[in-house]
Design a protein. Structure first.
Length: 430
């Protein structure tokens, strides 16, 4: 059954709405518990993100009429969710071994997001309860994966911005490095199965189970394989849109919408077990889409110098407030003479609320900061429908702003082309 939230969405921001509004009579309550043991909480988060990835993959692969568009876009959010669950699982194992605060902080700092490095550091502590053949498969798989996604951002953004030095060290320029530099037909079944095989090993390792893992025996330790059944392929890296944000914003918004719909459907059926399990992944997907939407407007529609655009994006990193501040003057300029300026203040309020609750894009994907400061120091209740609708409304209006800017820019370009053509024809005439 298709999700109504994916098929049609008319939700828009409303004055006075709060991201964490809770109706005490609501049945759509999700609780986020304050950690009592960081190792256990990291593993809980790993389970949440794994389940989110699994549910979304099931949705697009086993639907009665597979949607090629979803296969090509949902790939990005699915890849992030699966990859992130393994990072959380490995860090949970690391925290099982390392009990002191300083040691844990050093472990986080030294390993960051690199799965291959995290695994190597844990093994260097002479700590492994898994058979050697499982570990060897995991080493090879993570080594290959880390070539494509070392810092857990290759499936969140369409490109990296890097500084390229010129002959003199003080000179250089920002350049874009594409994630996928050629069209790639990814076998999504094998892609997902390898993630699940790797996570089976991690799960058994964390739980100290004696039974051997089995799924890894059926797949090669290669991150991406091409080919496969036509209706189970994800085609990425189209030549005409390799740097485009659109596949990413579509993926993150629609998969977040699907999780919201799935939780609602289960809750309405009397099953409340998914409310806590899928809430945080849903919020992260929505939150990343807000960031992507703001960066889409800034990078693709604002008429600033390319180097300036790159610097602003790097300077603001994950800051919702910072990116909104940069595009707001342009939004106000385009809205002059309309009744939209008042509504823009509502949009700003939504952006500021998202920024306040999660300023560094970590609160919904980790239980603690790099300095081990827990994000939820007290148990907190959310209404997942209220929170989800809040995020969805903001993403909808940002997409609308982007579309309006795109229309205006295309109209200007067309007028300029006509003017140039007319000028050239006059020159030819004389």
């Amino acid at each position: 059954m298709e999700s109504p939230y994916i098929l049609i969405s008319t939700i828009s921001p409303e004055n006075g709405k709060k991201i964490d509004a809770v109706n005490k009579h609501s049945k759509y309550i999700a609780k986020v518990l304050a950690p009592t043991d960081l190792s256990e909480t990291l593993f809980d988060y790993a389970e949440y993100f794994f389940e989110a990835a699994h549910k979304i993959t099931e949705f697009i692969l086993y639907s009665e009429h597979p949607d090629i568009g979803k296969l090509d876009t949902y790939f990005f959010s699915i890849a992030f969710l699966y990859r992130h669950c393994m990072e959380l699982g490995l860090k949970a194992i690391g925290f099982q071994i390392i009990q002191d605060r300083d040691g844990r902080k050093k472990f986080i700092k030294d390993t960051r997001h690199n799965l291959s490095v995290i695994l190597s550091v844990i093994e260097g502590m002479n700590y492994s309860t898994r058979p050697e053949e499982e570990m060897e498969w995991l080493r090879k798989y993570f080594a290959d994966l880390s070539q494509k996604d070392r810092e857990s951002d290759s499936f969140r953004y369409p490109f990296h911005i890097v500084w390229e030095s010129e002959d003199w060290e003080c000179e250089g320029r920002f350049v874009i490095k594409k994630i996928f530099d050629e069209q790639t037909n990814i076998d999504l079944v094998k892609f997902a199965n390898k993630f699940e095989a790797a996570y089976e090993i991690i799960r058994k390792w964390y739980r100290r189970e004696n039974e051997n893992a089995v799924e890894w025996k059926e797949v090669d330790p290669v991150f991406i394989e091409t080919g496969g059944y036509y209706y189970a392929q994800s085609v990425v890296g189209y030549k005409y849109r390799r740097e485009d944000f659109y596949p990413y914003t579509k993926a993150y918004l629609e998969t977040a919408n699907y999780l919201k719909w799935f939780m609602k459907n289960e809750t309405d059926s009397g099953n409340y077990e998914y409310n806590e399990r899928l809430f945080l992944p849903m919020c992260y997907l929505y939150r990343n889409c807000v960031e992507l939407s703001l960066k889409t407007i800034w990078f693709e529609e604002i008429g600033e110098d390319f180097q300036t655009k790159c610097k602003v994006m790097l300077d603001n990193k994950h800051s919702i407030a910072g990116m909104w501040k940069k595009i707001k003057p342009y939004v106000l300029e385009y809205s002059r003479g309309t009744d939209e300026p008042e509504f823009i203040e509502v949009i700003e309020d939504y952006c500021m609320q998202v920024h306040t609750i999660d300023g560094d894009a970590n609160k919904f994907r980790y239980p603690m900061s790099n300095s081990l400061q827990v994000y939820f120091s007290h148990n907190k209740r959310f209404d997942f429908m209220e929170t989800g609708d809040f995020f969805e409304a903001l993403n909808n209006i940002l997409d609308g702003i982007d579309s309006e800017f795109n229309y205006i820019n295309e109209a200007k370009a067309e007028m300029e082309a006509e003017y140039y053509s007319e000028m050239m024809s006059n020159i030819d005439y004389y």
